[in-house]
Design a protein around this ligand. Structure first.
Ligand code: TYD
Ligand code: MG
Length: 459
């Protein structure tokens, strides 16, 4: 009988399994991602006889009898962090914290450790990347720690398992998954098989001992956690820590959460002594806004349960070469191209001879269509060279015929802007008809972009 295959090829991006190597993954079409890794040997069919499989007391449960009480959570006291997790750390959960190298993953987790250890929770920080001295140097910038926080430098997960069993911490940090390995699994640390098996072990530690385990994962240029995507499927919660390296501003974003809503964000600022929470992001985003210049307007975006005011800036300049340049920072490039086309066609502005740069100030990444109208007005203001009034914001989605369409939660957005001192609001006409206008505010409903530009342009 032919010997059973012991290895197969796995795609390091999507986890697709194939008996043969190929240059391109047949599933996700990525190139050069198929790597050889051992397959787990199948248990012989004879061992798994149906009548011996179940214990006598094992049976499916009645849904009406299941107790769905809220899981026990540990509150860190760092509000921005707790909110992203859905109201604190759930005991026995596995949480992935992804982000670019140097963005501040180790810093935020060290700060979380400090807050927890101050409250008397036992925490264990395990690092495979830095020495005890390096971690201590970072910790010194953050503050003084109590005796409830312990450090351990190791990459061998079998040893780590033993240490966790011995120390029995409440919360454990693994920094990072790409440095960890299991001696009984083939492949170098960070390889597909190691990451998969290591995460599997950490999952069983988290569930088995009821410990909340945070796993740090580095992100590749394409924005996925280096190694297999399947890491994201295995864990309970995925948090991404994002921001521009040159700006001090950081966003912690929940992209998957089995214990709460996703798309919540926490906003932080990197300072000399660690990350500081930004309680009022709107105020932060509008800091240093230029007065009376063309190409700038404020809008309101919704992230999870919060409204955040952002400034959209555009610069429209004559093209020096044949092809006009378009650049989008903080918003989708294709969306920008679409809005430029709308501007050209519906407002009759000549965009083909102009370079267009659009920037969401502050480093926030927007993927909400509610900002379309503001982007269009910013560009129109840039090309027609007029300044939009300081106390005005614009909200609305722009359709292909130049119509301004309804967006969600217009009332909430207006309230947030009113709190920050804005008095004039350009909103979709359809939204205006459905809402009650708060007193003292000048809310103008518009039905297309031409009308909107007429409203904001000083006569
Ligand atoms: P770090 O947490 O080591 O990043 P990661 O674990 O995601 O790779 O943070 C790295 C950066 O943060 C580094 O460039 C130094 C900076 N930093 C501060 O500016 N202030 C601080 O208090 C700390 C601890 C770090
Ligand atoms: Mg680190």
């Amino acid at each position: 009988m032919a010997k059973a295959k012991e290895t197969a090829f796995f795609c390091s991006e999507c986890g697709y399994e194939s008996p043969k190597w190929s240059g391109q993954c047949p599933a996700c079409k990525e190139w050069n991602t198929m790597v050889e890794a051992p397959v787990r040997t199948q248990i012989k069919a004879s061992v798994r006889k149906p009548d011996t499989l179940l214990r006598t007391d094992e049976k499916p449960s009645l849904i009406s009898e299941i107790n769905a009480e809220e899981k026990e959570r540990i509150i860190t006291g760092m509000e921005e962090f707790d909110r992203v997790l859905g109201g604190g750390i759930v005991k026995g959960s596995l949480i992935l914290v992804g982000g670019d190298p140097g963005i501040g993953k180790s810093t935020i987790l060290t700060q979380v450790c400090k807050l927890l250890s101050d409250k008397g929770e036992e925490v264990l920080y395990i690092s495979g990347e830095e020495s005890l001295r390096q971690i201590k140097m970072r910790a010194d910038r953050i503050g003084t720690f109590t005796n409830h926080m312990k450090l351990y430098c190791e990459t061998d997960l079998d040893k780590i398992e033993a240490v966790i069993a011995q120390e029995k911490p409440e919360v454990c940090i693994i920094d990072s998954i790409q440095t960890m390995y299991r001696p009984d699994v083939a492949g170098a640390p960070g390889s597909m098989s190691q990451v998969r098996e290591s995460t599997g072990l950490l999952l069983s530690i988290a569930k088995g001992m009821g410990i909340a385990v945070f796993v740090v994962g580095h992100v590749t240029k394409e924005g996925v956690v280096a190694g297999p995507r399947m890491l994201e499927h295995m864990v309970d919660t995925v948090l991404y820590f994002e921001g521009e390296a040159q700006s001090p501003y950081r966003v912690l974003r929940g992209v998957k959460n089995r214990f709460g809503s996703t798309n919540e964000i926490g906003v932080f600022e990197m300072t000399q002594d660690g990350l500081k929470e930004v309680r009022n992001p709107s105020e932060y985003m509008l800091l240093g806004r230029p007065k009376d210049t063309s190409g700038s307007i404020v809008s309101c975006t919704i992230e999870g349960t919060r409204q955040i005011l952002v400034e959209i800036q555009s610069l429209v300049a004559r093209t020096a070469f044949g092809n006009p340049r378009r650049s989008a920072t903080g918003l989708d490039y294709n969306r920008l191209n679409l809005l430029i086309a709308v501007l050209e066609k519906r407002l009759g502005l000549n965009m083909a001879e102009n370079d267009v740069y659009v920037n969401v100030v502050g480093g926030l990444k927007i993927n909400e269509t509610a900002l379309d109208l503001a982007i269009v007005i910013a560009m129109a203001s840039g090309i027609m060279d007029f300044a939009v009034p300081q106390d005005l914001i614009a909200i609305g989605e722009v359709g292909l015929s130049g119509e301004v369409r309804n967006v969600s939660q217009v009332g909430a957005r207006i309230n947030e802007a009113a709190k920050m001192g804005f008095t004039t609001f350009i909103v979709p006409k359809a939204s205006l008809q459905k809402m009650k206008v708060p007193e003292g505010l000048n809310v103008i409903g518009v039905s297309n972009v031409a009308e909107a530009v007429r409203c904001v342009k000083p006569r």
